[in-house]
Design a protein around this ligand. Structure first.
Ligand SMILES: N[C@@H](CCC(=O)N[C@@H](CS)C(=O)NCC(=O)O)C(=O)O
Length: 203
């Protein structure tokens, strides 16, 4: 199988780190792929009309997207069910944590596009403020309500660590650590894992 994307994308990194934690090193090819919000990437478009990264291409040539589905695919094919337990209460708690980190990442990426890609005369300050607030609300919720699920290695904690890595990379000015000391301690530990260093964002 192949995974298309760039590790700069929090969604791509979530998939790569999951693949590593699932023991799939060497079992997939990483195809570095750049995207721009105002251009179609035709390689991706062949596999997914949405044409965002990440996309996974199966050995049968089928496209699997988006990151949520790719993560589930990786856990399923590897048999590493501890990353996303079957038991209902745990499963939906972890999936909701994953959705929280992915929702925060969506806002963080929108914020980046607004700041860096949108032409200056077309910027929308209220939208920008709303995305900032959304990211910070996610950080506060992670700080206050998710200590249990963040205590283990699962798809929720993986996605959270990748979201925080992206905030450090693109949105240092938000200074998320000042409002979230427990989350900062989580990030420090998790960022040292082999899976995270193997797929570190090149600075
Ligand atoms: N919901 C998607 C979001 C993926 C996404 O936003 N990817 C960005 C890069 S971080 C992208 O491909 N942007 C290109 C575009 O918007 O055209 C997922 O979870 O995979």
């Amino acid at each position: 199988m192949k995974i298309y994307g760039d590790v700069i994308s929090p969604f791509v990194r979530m998939c790569l780190v999951t693949a590593h934690e699932a023991g799939l090193q060497g079992k997939f090819e990483f195809v570095k792929t750049n995207v721009k919000p105002d251009e179609i990437n035709l390689v991706l478009h062949r596999l997914s009309p949405v044409a965002k990264v990440p996309v996974l291409e199966t050995d049968h040539g089928h496209g699997v997207h988006d990151s949520r589905v790719i993560i589930e695919y990786l856990v399923h094919t590897s048999g590493h069910s501890g990353l996303l337990p079957h038991e209902g209460v745990k499963r939906f708690r972890i999936l909701t944590l994953q959705a929280l980190a992915q929702g925060g990442s969506d806002a963080a990426v929108s914020l980046r596009y607004e700041q860096a890609a949108r032409p200056a005369d077309k910027r929308w300050p209220e939208f920008l403020e709303r995305q900032k607030q959304r990211v910070l609300d996610v950080v506060s919720d992670l700080e206050n309500n998710w200590g249990d699920a963040l205590g283990g290695v699962n798809v929720g904690s993986i996605c959270t660590a990748c979201m925080l890595g992206y905030l450090d990379f693109r949105h240092e000015a938000l200074e998320w650590r000042t409002r979230a000391p427990k989350l900062a301690a989580f990030e420090k530990d998790f960022a040292a894992r082999d899976s995270m260093t193997a797929w570190a964002i090149a600075k």
